[in-house]
Design a protein around this ligand. Structure first.
Ligand code: 9D3
Length: 247
């Protein structure tokens, strides 16, 4: 576990309705009900003062599309947090950001409050990244329509690291990516499904054999699907001496 005490997430968005769904299920909903985390959604248009509640404008120098203006975003953050402090961090979700990963999720889980700004349109006035945000974060190398889904991903990954959010404390500690290996393949009943058999070794009670099979199966699956994870891992140099695919 990383963070102790409860944690508050603020989301600044032009689509507040988007967040009705994602946090109303499972682990995150239970953590919010138990008061371990709190999530507040803020409509960026509350910090506009014109008749059309304008949040966007055309880019200087020309170019496609519209940008989110700096003004409403700065005013929103300054009214949500009249004072900034070490435990409060502003995170801009943008396609140009540093890639989010489990290490950054752990770093975030140590803070008291996060304020996530969701980009939209073709982007956000750069002064938000330069002078307001503590972090500029992307969730991966693909194009989304905006930062809302990304904010939901970040909140999910961070919230579940807080003390008490998962029923079982061990789950967050012994998790995939903690040692550069994917989880091992797992099977449940029936042992024979449409002729595809669960590995025999898992049906017996030899725990040492099972442990060895799982490690080797995880190593092989990681090598096949995520060879990038194995680089620098202590499992990278192991010979292909065991064969988990056949029992
Ligand atoms: C001119 C090129 N633009 C469109 C293809 C760049 C661009 C602008 C705005 C690309 C995406 C977006 C909206 N995306 C996000 O705000 C975003 C995002 C993403 O697209 N991918 C991964 N993580 C994130 S976090 C926010």
């Amino acid at each position: 576990m990383c963070g102790f005490g409860n944690m508050k997430f603020h989301v600044l968005t032009i689509f507040p309705e988007f967040f009705r769904g994602p946090f109303e299920h499972g682990v995150i909903e239970r953590a919010a009900s138990a008061g371990l985390i709190a999530i507040e959604i803020h409509d960026l248009r509350n910090w506009t003062y014109d008749r059309h509640r304008t949040v966007d404008d055309r880019p200087f120098g020309g170019g496609e599309g519209m940008l989110l203006k700096a003004g409403p975003i700065f005013e929103a953050v300054e009214s949500i947090w009249p004072e900034r402090s070490e435990g409060k961090k502003v995170v801009l979700l943008s396609a140009q950001g540093r890639k989010f990963d489990q290490a950054l999720a752990r770093e975030f889980s140590a803070f008291d409050e996060l304020l996530l700004i969701c980009g939209r349109y073709e982007g956000v006035d750069e002064r938000v990244a330069e002078h307001l945000a503590d972090y500029e974060v992307s969730i991966g190398d693909y194009v989304l329509s905006g930062g809302e889904l990304a904010a939901a991903v970040v909140i999910d990954a961070v919230a579940r690291l807080k003390e008490g959010v998962l029923g079982n404390e061990r789950s967050a500690v012994f998790e995939s990516f903690s040692d550069n290996l994917l989880d091992c393949p797992q099977y449940t009943r029936p042992a024979d499904f449409r002729g595809w058999k669960a590995p025999e070794v898992l049906l017996g009670g030899n725990h040492e054999q099972i442990r060895q099979w799982r490690l080797e199966a995880a190593r092989q699956k990681t090598a096949r699907l995520r060879p990038d994870l194995l680089k620098g891992s202590c499992y990278a140099e192991r010979g292909n001496d065991q064969s988990p695919q056949q029992e």
